[in-house]
Ligand binder design. Structure first.
Ligand code: SDX
Length: 433
């Protein structure tokens, strides 16, 4: 949508050549330089490692304003969704583009509920793996493996057939995550219960055992629902771009999301939530004071990062971190838990917000800085934190994958490069080297 005042083209001068490039305008005033003709017209390409200045697509799903600390799903502020919505309602919103009616949401919840079970033979997959294998590796493999059961899932399926894959993914991921957890403890797998809500069922799958009744704590279930909402989408982050890139080859949804799980596992991305807790524990256990740690985080030679701080897009507070910091206090108070790690986290944040190194680089707490403290309070083990990040991000990955396949601009992802290696040279036989 452009107004009369907004420019429609840009001029690029390279040596004695000048070319016109179109400008693309977003609904929030963002402007994109359309360089699709750049190589053909000027025989040059753009160079942007990490794509920090490059838009891969036009999207209607999530809007971020990093300078103002704004996050909206389909136009709805994250603060309002966190306060009023539910994870499955947000999942519908992200995937379908509109908030569901009460009736449609009830149908969606029912569809999810009746697809939470895994094929019985899949249990052998989990028990065949090392007990202490990281659950992110197990979940990535298991999600990819779902396509062995649903072979007919194709990228070009009609919407209703794709919908079956969407439902199965959202419904079965919590069961997969719980099976990975139970296997690590050598405990029996629990079947999902159709009388429980989505997050209550997750707690049942994780903590129930076949020998006694288990009633999920509603406070914990609600806090888990909030965590899933806050992680549900975040425009073209590393793992979402991975899901789009794999999907661009026309790989199916399960294969694309499996790749997204692997990308999210990295400690610079979703794996940071596990690293934050490990960092806080190391400080708490007397390795060093918060101030000493901060000095190390500022010293490049120490190879230390303040995990949970900094963001490619947010150069202001991550709105999710603000909500999570408040939720930490609420959940810990309601559960009657005093976690010294929360005090250390707040101390680190206080130091960072008044230290030039962090201020100059606009480094603020991100979504991973406080989430681990809540996961801990909910009884979730540290190496499952990123699995829960994946669980929350599922609807976002699904929505972005579907949007890609509806986009008339969409093509297989195949970036170019600037070659800086050896120029042509002749082969030298071994005896002459
Ligand atoms: C997520 O993209 C998304 O939307 C991701 C996410 C989502 O919802 O999908 O929001 C989830 O991944 C959050 C980020 C979680 N990762 C961490 O908390 C790891 C710690 N943070 C970083 O490593 C870093 O801030 C990144 C990876 C998040 C961002 O990296 P960038 O944009 O490439 O920034 P950079 O590494 O170039 O840093 C710029 C400067 C550097 O210093 P100088 O070279 O300018 O001197 O800031 C410094 C960095 O050394 N810096 C930090 C720091 N983060 C950046 N210094 C100390 N501690 C940190 N955490």
């Amino acid at each position: 949508m452009t107004t009369e005042t907004q420019p429609k083209t840009a001029k690029l001068t390279i040596g004695d050549r000048e070319i016109d490039l179109d400008l693309i305008h977003g609904t929030e005033g963002e402007i994109g330089l359309d360089i699709r003709k750049l190589r053909a017209q000027a025989n040059v390409i753009a160079y942007d490692p990490g794509f920090a200045n490059t838009g891969s697509c036009r999207s209607e799903i999530t809007f971020l304003d990093g300078e103002k600390g704004i996050l909206r799903y389909r136009g709805y502020p994250i603060e309002q969704l966190a306060e009023h919505s539910s994870f499955l309602e947000v999942a519908w919103l992200l995937i379908k583009g509109e908030l569901p009616t009460k009736e449609r949401l009830a149908e969606f919840e029912h569809e999810i509920k009746y697809h939470t079970m895994l094929k019985e033979s899949l249990k052998g997959f989990f028990t065949s793996l090392p007990r202490m294998g990281h659950p992110m590796a197990i979940c990535a493999a298991a999600v990819g493996g779902l396509s062995t059961f649903y072979q007919d899932v194709k990228y070009d399926d009609p919407e209703d057939k794709r919908w079956a894959a969407v439902i199965r993914l959202l419904a079965k991921f919590p069961t997969i995550a719980a099976y990975a957890y139970k296997h690590s403890l050598r405990l029996p797998f629990m079947y999902p219960r159709n009388d429980l809500g989505y997050t209550e069922n997750i707690l049942h799958l994780l903590y129930a055992n076949p020998c006694e009744e288990y009633a999920p704590d509603p406070v914990i279930a609600k806090a888990l629902d909030l965590l899933l909402i806050l992680h549900a989408d975040h425009e073209q982050n590393c793992s979402t771009s991975t899901v789009r890139m794999v999907g661009s080859s026309h790989a199916n949804l399960f294969a694309s999301v499996s790749a997204g799980i692997s990308a999210l596992w990295g400690p610079l991305h979703g794996g940071a939530n596990q690293k934050v807790i490990e960092m806080l524990i190391s400080i708490h256990e007397g390795g060093k004071t918060a101030q000493q740690f901060m000095e190390m985080a500022k010293d490049k030679k120490s190879n230390t990062r303040l995990m949970g701080f900094g963001h490619r897009v947010y150069k202001n507070h991550d709105p999710r971190a603000r909500i999570l910091q408040q939720a930490c206090d609420d959940v810990l108070n309601r559960l009657g838990i005093h976690n010294p790690l929360l005090e250390i986290a707040k101390e680190l944040e206080g130091i960072a917000l008044s230290d030039d190194y962090f201020i100059e680089r606009k480094l603020y707490p991100n979504v991973d800085f406080y989430s681990g403290i809540i996961y801990q309070a909910l009884g979730i083990p540290v190496d499952m934190f990123t699995v829960f990040f994946s669980m929350g991000r599922l609807p976002g990955w699904i929505a972005q994958w579907l949007e890609f396949h509806r986009d008339e601009d969409a093509r297989i992802s195949r970036p170019r490069q600037i070659y800086t290696g050896a120029t042509e040279r002749d082969y030298v036989p071994a005896h002459k080297r």
